[in-house]
Design a protein around this ligand. Structure first.
Ligand code: ADP
Ligand code: MG
Length: 620
């Protein structure tokens, strides 16, 4: 048999590397900007066309490259930053793998213009799909400019895989933000389709955060500072009340590199214990400076993950420092939210022991009891073990289908009506809130438990669905229309959703690049909540876009229902609970939340009675 193994041509090897390093336009932005920083630039300009699909250009005033280096820079494993393996443990630069330019050059049309500081003339080089097209001397400003055109032009599968412009520009903005936050002392600007998105002047971290996220952030920041022999920690956390339902404002930098680290994320959020509910994420912008030999950055092609030599100490220091910072600003005692525990207790009561199968006729049968029939294998659980309950929750969620087909929608009109009329006949005082999100209804023959935020979300969701088919959402015009200032990516998103938002009652009109005037809002939105609700809506929309495979319209309806609905921890009066439950019973799918969790249950007295039958030995 002949020999069949051969070395891959460079162009192919580069494309394979590009698959890991350059996943989308935003990854190229990150690599190019980091190169500019490594070149000692004090000004970095990002120019983007068509969300990076047409053009990405980074211009810097760094040290530039010689003619030969310019050519070399596109070779694989070509780097000026390390010489030997040992250097990996004393890294002072963002780059070191020598892969980025080779990768970008293999999947795009690239123009490099560069001039060394002490030379009069520079060089201009064209490369396309790993092929050198030309190189010639050229008069160019000091520094380097790299233009990347038609990314993935020669890899149609990847090109087709790119998401909408709104999504891609959001990723670009995120990478830009990460780099801009790592180096507040460097000036950065960002243009998209000839609009200036950011113009960030040199300053300190606090000023940079305010410039990127809005001046309002200035007031929200709590400084964190800790100097130990192992590491130095500095930066800010957002005051707990500004925590958000969506991730997105969590920034951790290690030696100026943005890092994703769930373990340390846990340390930071852990420091907020008892200050925030479980369903929100605190904002943070924290920088760790540590001896490079105590970490390993070279474990992931995009260099966003690291390995710690002593992660436990780092964890402890970070957690303690954030906790102390929050305490120092005497935030700790003033707030006392209850932790969210949706349905822990009622589910436990009912599933502690298998239900004896007995045949009996239940005159008060109602469709909400189908739950019992479905669950044939009882799950044994430890009452105090939160993790087991959680995993059971997720298993339970999986058992239910997120979209509700006919099987749950079979209840006869009669049963629903009789339940509704039973509930309608109850006095107000039988509806009470229990904990941060449960409503309890004590009827004569049973208890009903409703997850209030989930129920509200369900009611709104069905209302909005109807609004789309019938176009009847009422909008109230604003007498003094408030303004909404958003990130460039969100501005793009709003423009995309504008028509549909109007159908749901949000009447927005553009006012400059990043600002919208809120002309009208849904009739049931409280005045003063406009901006907050819209921000939440956009955040939710983005979140869903990543997690769910639903149409844009469905996503909008879901996001709107979520952002307009009651929040966990909000107090709800008896009358409102009653009204909500009656509205819920009119829904097509009253038992399930939009995400497929049970939101309404009946508990029979016998089920509660079992509580009192457990003998002492068994309890122990
Ligand atoms: P790495 O950054 O890992 O070294 P890259 O492929 O990103 O690898 O870049 C290769 C080399 O090209 C760098 O080591 C550097 O010497 C040079 N280079 C890239 N971009 C610039 C720039 N903007 N200014 C000066 N030199 C640059
Ligand atoms: Mg690099």
């Amino acid at each position: 048999m002949p020999d069949i193994i051969r070395l891959l041509p460079d162009a192919v090897a580069n494309q394979i590397a590009a698959g890991e390093v350059i996943q989308r336009p935003a990854s190229a932005v990150k690599e190019l900007m980091e190169n500019s920083i490594d070149a000692g630039a004090t000004q970095v300009k990002l120019i983007v066309k068509d969300a990076g699909k047409a053009l990405l250009q980074v211009v810097d005033n760094g040290m530039g490259m010689s003619e030969t280096d310019a050519r070399m820079s596109f070779e694989r494993h070509a780097t000026s930053k390390i010489k030997k393996a040992d250097d990996l443990y004393s890294l002072q630069t963002m780059g070191f793998r020598g892969e980025a330019l080779a990768s970008i050059g293999s999947v795009a049309q690239v123009e490099l213009k560069t001039r060394l500081r002490n030379l009069e003339i520079g060089t201009r080089l064209l490369i396309e799909g790993s092929e050198y097209k030309s190189q010639e001397p050229a008069a160019i400003p000091e520094g380097t400019s790299i233009s990347v055109r038609n990314l993935f032009f020669n890899v149609p599968a990847r090109r087709n895989f790119l998401k909408s412009n709104a999504v891609e520009i959001r990723h670009i903005q995120e990478e830009f933000t990460r780099v801009a936050l790592s180096y507040p002392e460097i000036a950065f600007s960002f243009h998209h389709n000839d609009l200036q998105v950011y113009d960030l002047r040199p300053g300190n971290l606090r000023q940079r955060i305010a410039a990127v996220f809005g001046t309002a952030y200035n007031e929200r920041l709590v400084p964190v500072e800790e100097d130990t022999t192992i590491m130095r920690l500095e930066g800010y956390v957002a005051r707990p009340e500004f925590s958000k339902k969506q991730r997105g404002e969590q920034y951790l930098f290690v030696n100026n590199r943005f890092i994703k680290d769930n373990y340390l994320h846990h340390a930071i959020t852990g420091a907020f214990e008892n200050l925030i509910t479980r369903d929100v994420y605190p904002g943070y912008w924290l920088k760790i400076t540590i001896d490079p030999s105590a970490i390993d950055v070279n474990i992931h092609p995009t260099k966003t993950e690291i390995k710690w030599q002593d992660d436990k100490s780092v964890y402890a220091i970070v957690r303690a420092a954030v906790k102390r910072a929050l305490g120092k600003f005497s935030i700790a005692p003033s707030l006392d939210f209850e932790n969210e525990r949706a349905f822990d207790i009622p589910l436990d009561i009912m599933d502690k022991r298998p239900v004896q199968p007995t045949i009996k006729v239940d005159p008060t049968y109602n469709p909400f009891e189908q739950e019992k029939l479905q669950r044939s294998t009882p799950v044994q659980r430890d009452w105090n073990d939160r993790s087991k309950i959680d995993s059971w929750h997720s298993m339970h969620a999986k058992m239910q289908r997120p979209e509700y087909g006919s099987e749950y929608q079979q209840p006869t009109e009669l049963r629903i009506t009789s339940l509704a009329s039973e509930i309608e006949s109850l006095d107000d005082e039988r509806f009470i809130q229990c904990g941060s999100r449960l409503g309890v209804i004590t009827a004569k023959s049973a208890l009903y438990i409703v997850d209030l935020p989930g129920a509200h979300e369900r009611v709104l969701y069905e209302q909005y669905l109807k609004a789309f088919s019938e176009q009847v959402m009422a909008s109230q015009q604003q007498l003094f229309p408030p303004q909404l200032e958003v990130s460039p990516a969100d501005a793009l998103l709003i423009n995309e959703l504008m028509e549909d938002l109007r159908k749901l009652g949000f009447d927005l009109s553009p006012f400059g690049n990043r600002t919208f005037v809120i002309q009208g809002t849904p009739a049931d939105l409280t005045t003063g909540e406009e901006q907050k609700t819209l921000f939440e809506l956009l955040g939710q929309f983005r979140d869903n876009e990543d997690k769910l495979r639903v149409s844009k319209r469905e996503n909008l309806i879901r996001s709107m229902a979520r952002s307009m609905s009651l929040k966990s921890g909000q107090t709800t009066g008896s009358k409102e609970i009653r009204h909500l439950v009656l509205q819920l019973l009119e829904c097509e799918t009253p038992r399930y939340s939009v995400n497929g969790k049970v939101i309404f249950r009946k508990i029979q007295p016998e089920e509660l009675q079992r509580f009192f039958e457990i003998s002492v030995e068994k309890q122990i």
